[in-house]
Design a protein around this ligand. Structure first.
Ligand code: KIV
Ligand code: ZN
Length: 393
């Protein structure tokens, strides 16, 4: 997008976590070579921060973060660390190879996690935040702190945690919806309240990180931005734990397409989105559902007669963005039982046929009969039925 188009809009940073949270998707493990391919696609597309992995998780993860850090040319490279000294040291060791590195450290803040997983009191958690964020800040200038399960954390305690993290030197504060529990209005209010009431909040960039358990990850991410977040954490194809994370291609295209309603922009070159989707699907061996927004096989395909007729007259009738804007060559008018005369005529023309009225009516009827019997009507089927028709005249 041009600077002029964005002159009255605010920038939102895109933090891609396909290589970390995305890889936590069961069955989506990637090799080092595949991670480099994904990192390249993300870097070329203009992602601001690439979370390359969790260096303490394994030797392989550490090496992958180092390799991505050395390889990437433009983006910042982040490594994840629990609020544990050894994790933070390991993340620091991995991201120091990047031109611009970030340590991303997190701790749980919700009563459920404190009671059952961490067995810590609120005061103990506050102390952990102060110590671990300060440790990370001693290693690197760019430190992100996350409140795991923020959306199930009482606001008063969340405020104390955020204030402590900022005082200890965190430059980005992430409030994740770890279990995909939030609803947009509530998410908006959480960000707004924290940003407006925590002392020192203006010194940090706030980040939104949403999971898709209730199918609201993208809506919640946009609500977070409306509430003051200026970084969105997301993954290509919405890959991620359980039902996944907010899909990068969806948040980016929502901001681009509805800039009139949401005055924000990203620096993503959107024509790279379809390719990035293919690279990630292949690397993670994770197919993209046909009706996936923006990058699915059907995202720019039309079968119904009414829609095809509209599309042939003016694409804006049924498309709110062009396929080219996301790197897809063209709209497809799928020939099936819902297709009408206009699309059939257009298909015949594309295949090199111009039939007289009677022959056209006959061919159209035969096409409809075939479409009723067959799920997919291919160009070859149409050629065969027209050749039959023409031959029989
Ligand atoms: O969902 C989550 O809470 C996370 C954190 C590690 C940031 O992925
Ligand atoms: Zn997550």
């Amino acid at each position: 997008m041009s600077a002029t188009a964005n002159s009255n809009k605010e920038r939102v940073f895109i933090f891609d976590t396909t290589l970390r949270d995305g890889e936590q998707s069961p069955g989506a493990t990637m090799t080092l070579e595949e991670k480099i391919q994904v990192a390249d696609a993300l870097d070329e597309m203009g992602v601001d921060i690439i979370e390359a992995g969790f260096p303490i998780a394994s030797q392989g993860d550490f090496e992958a973060v180092v390799a991505v850090a050395k390889h990437v040319k433009k983006a910042r490279v982040a490594g994840l660390a629990r609020a544990i000294t050894a994790d933070i040291d390991r993340a620091g060791e991995a991201v120091r190879h990047a031109q611009q590195g970030r340590i991303h450290t997190f701790v749980s803040t919700s009563p459920i996690h404190l009671a059952h997983q961490m067995k810590k009191t609120e005061d103990e958690v506050i102390e952990i935040i102060a110590l671990t964020v300060a440790q990370a800040r001693n290693l690197i200038d760019d430190v992100e702190w996350s409140a795991m399960d923020a959306t199930r954390t009482p606001l008063e305690f969340l405020k104390r945690c955020v204030e402590t993290a900022i005082k200890a030197g965190a430059t980005t504060i992430n409030l994740p919806d770890t279990v995909g529990y939030a609803v947009p209005d509530e998410h908006f209010r959480m960000f707004k309240t924290i940003i407006e009431s925590v002392p020192g909040a203006d010194k940090a960039i706030f980040s939104v990180h949403c999971h898709n358990d209730l199918g609201m990850a993208v809506a919640n991410s946009l609500a977070g931005v409306a509430g003051g977040a200026r970084q969105i954490e997301c993954t290509i194809n919405g890959l991620g734990e359980r039902a996944g994370n907010a899909a990068l291609e969806e948040v980016v295209m929502a901001l681009r397409t509805r800039g009139d309603a949401m005055p924000f922009y990203t620096d993503i070159e959107t024509t790279h989105l379809a390719r990035a989707s293919r690279v990630v699907a292949a690397a993670a061996n994770f197919p993209v559902q046909y009706n996936k927004a923006i990058v699915g096989k059907n995202a720019f395909a039309h079968e119904s007669g009414i829609h095809q007729d509209g599309m042939l007259k003016n694409a804006e009738t049924y498309e709110i963005m062009t396929p080219a804007s996301v790197g897809i060559k063209e709209t497809t008018l799928v020939m099936g039982k819902h297709s009408g005369r206009a699309a059939f005529k257009d298909k015949l023309k594309e295949l090199g046929y111009e039939l007289g009225d009677n022959a056209f009516q006959e061919a159209f009827q035969r096409f409809k009969d075939l479409a009723d019997r067959k799920k997919h009507v291919y160009d070859a089927d149409i050629v065969a039925l027209v050749d039959d028709e023409v031959g029989s005249v």
